[in-house]
Write a protein that binds this ligand. Sequence first.
Ligand SMILES: Nc1ncnc2c1ncn2[C@@H]1O[C@H](COP(=O)(O)OP(=O)(O)OP(=O)(O)O)[C@@H](O)[C@H]1O
Length: 316
Amino acid sequence: MTAIRTSGLTKRFGRHTAVDQLDLEVPRGAVFGFLGPNGSGKTTTIRMLLGLVSPSAGRVEVLGEEIPAKVMAVLPRVGALVEGPAFYPFLSGASNLRRLDTADLRASATTRDARVSAALDRVGLGHAAHKRVHAYSLGMKQRLGLAAALLAPRELLVLDEPTNGLDPQGTREVRSLIRSLADDGTTVFVSSHLLAEVEQICTHAAVLRAGKLVAQGPLDELRDAARPRIEVRTPDAAEAASVLERLGLAPERSAPGTVVAAAPLSSSSDDGVPAPEDVVAALVAAGVRVRGFSAATASLEERFVELTGEGFDVAE
Ligand SMILES: Nc1ncnc2c1ncn2[C@@H]1O[C@H](COP(=O)(O)OP(=O)(O)OP(=O)(O)O)[C@@H](O)[C@H]1O
């Protein structure tokens, strides 16, 4: 079962293509991290998923329904937090939620207070229900935004950079809330420019670069796809590079005394792909004086930097 599926999804602003032929597939029950540097097209994609802007080309399906054709039927099943929710600062958190709940024509007035209290408790704001919103911290405002998204039961939550601008405490609160919502079975689609965040809370991820999808899948698979790296320290760097090249391990960078190659390596030498010991043997046989050799799998961080190029924040 798929919560979100897009095919060939494209958005052009004039001559600029902000989102380019996106084929996304978000399984139900996933916490799906939508990762990319600033300006890579995350918000534009989310706005298309929610029917807030229309695509230039391609299709969107959310919870099995076409968007924008079925948007009115689908949106009540989807909670969204996009670009900082707007609240009345001089009303309390509870009053703000009551106003929002009143605007929902399906919501019964008799159960309104119970719904508002439950949503505030769910995000840990029960104690601040009657405090004015202007006295809320950024983290509390963000949690109030989530409470607003949770006034009705939701099958899918779409959150655009929900921890942006939060201090470490607020960030932790929002992340643990996302995890607990996912534990209750809600599918969560969350955009972020932080790999560390995605690694902490997501089961799946897609990586966007300049409007194009460069990777997507379960986080474990993305980790496995990270290519092992070989590093050879030698005074004979040029010879070492040519040996690695002969073995099909294109050397990537060569500092004085160091040659680095990223390559698929095998744990045995049976399948024609060299194992680390074969590489060392070939280097030695070619007369390369090896001072140091290591073969290590690239971290997810290195892999994502490789995929997205410069300008990618990996830390918090
Ligand atoms: N309404 C618009 N008119 C023209 N260009 C736009 C519009 N909205 C977005 N863009 C451009 O589309 C590109 C993608 O923007 P988008 O906001 O989707 O990226 P993002 O990944 O969400 O980045 P950020 O994290 O900075 O919000 C950017 O180059 C942006 O300038």
